[in-house]
Design a protein. Structure first.
Length: 319
């Protein structure tokens, strides 16, 4: 197969043009699919990792604050019934925190966040140990008289505001650190999503422009490959119709248009040969007609001469 477009059959030209358009349409679709995949991945990182992580970190911090208020209730309680009521609420808070921790543990990304979460777990264990001590002292206390209640309030207040408060402060700080890192991760994920969208837009625009330019170039080349020889064939037919048989056209193309041009050239050459032959025959007929006319004139002259001679002979005989 020749790589010269002018040698391709018209069906081949049209088929290749169609395949080129299909190929670049598929290429555009592939680029769009790849970019949409990246956007989806970035969106998933935001919606399924970053935002749930931030939400769980904030919820855990809120639950610990509520738990701390329940501990304050234990520290100021005056009866065992109040203590047990606060403890039930604390256990419910711890259950909720445990569920949130399970979710967060599956969303940890990055060494810094894992280290912060491990530090949080360490401070949580310390705080819960002190909570057990606070609860044990409250349960073992005496609340029978006003004096005993006042003494327990002072003892529990000192413990609550001392070691327990320091442990809770460290726990709150570690929880805040985890939440800060989660916010940073969410911001990074959102920025990655925006970058993926911008990149996808540029890729799609660039690919679209490239496809349009190549399609235009292929269409122009194929159109010229068909229309230019058609124009030449029309011009040759018009010249033949006008009697201009001197213009020779010979195409080196091997497609249908080349065959058409060569066939028209053969027709022109045959017509020129026929016209030339007709002209030669006409000239021969004209020459023969002239000779015949000249012979007739000579014959007429001789006839007239003989008639005159006869008249003169007849006149002489009469005399």
């Amino acid at each position: 197969m020749s790589w010269q477009i002018s040698n391709w059959r018209i069906g081949t030209k049209l088929g290749i043009s169609f395949l080129v358009m299909v190929f670049f349409s598929a290429l555009l679709g592939l680029v769009a699919w790849l970019q949409l995949t990246q956007i989806h991945a970035a969106s998933t990182a935001v919606s399924e990792v970053a935002l749930p992580s931030v939400y769980n970190a904030a919820s855990m911090r809120s639950e610990f604050n509520r738990l701390r208020r329940h501990e304050a209730g234990i520290a100021t309680a005056r009866t065992l019934v109040e203590i047990e009521g606060y403890e039930q609420q604390i256990q419910q808070r711890l259950k909720t925190i445990g569920e949130q921790e399970k979710v967060m543990a599956g969303l940890l990304a990055g060494e810094a966040l894992r280290a912060a979460y491990a530090e949080y777990q360490k401070h949580k264990e310390t705080f819960l140990d002190l909570h057990e001590q606070l609860l044990s002292r409250a349960r073992d206390g005496r609340y029978n008289t006003v004096e005993e209640q006042a003494a327990m309030a002072d003892e529990m207040g000192l413990f609550f505001a001392g070691e327990s408060e320091s442990a809770f402060a460290r726990l709150a700080e570690s929880t805040g650190k985890v939440m800060t890192l989660q916010l940073d991760a969410a911001a990074s994920a959102q920025q990655a999503e925006e970058s993926a969208f911008a990149l996808a837009r540029y890729w799609l625009l660039g690919t679209l422009v490239l496809v349009v330019l190549i399609a235009a170039a292929v269409g122009f080349a194929m159109t010229r490959a068909i229309t230019k020889p058609v124009e030449t064939a029309v011009k040759l037919a018009q010249d033949v119709a006008a009697g201009k048989l001197a213009t020779a056209v010979r195409s080196q193309r091997r497609d249908e248009m080349g065959l058409l041009l060569n066939a028209l050239e053969d027709m022109r050459r045959q017509l020129a040969s026929v016209v030339q032959e007709v002209r030669g025959n006409a000239q021969g007929v004209a020459l023969a007609s002239g000779e015949i006319a000249q012979g007739n004139a000579d014959l007429s002259a001789r006839t007239e001469s003989q008639a005159s001679a006869l008249e003169e002979t007849a006149a002489s005989m009469e005399q």
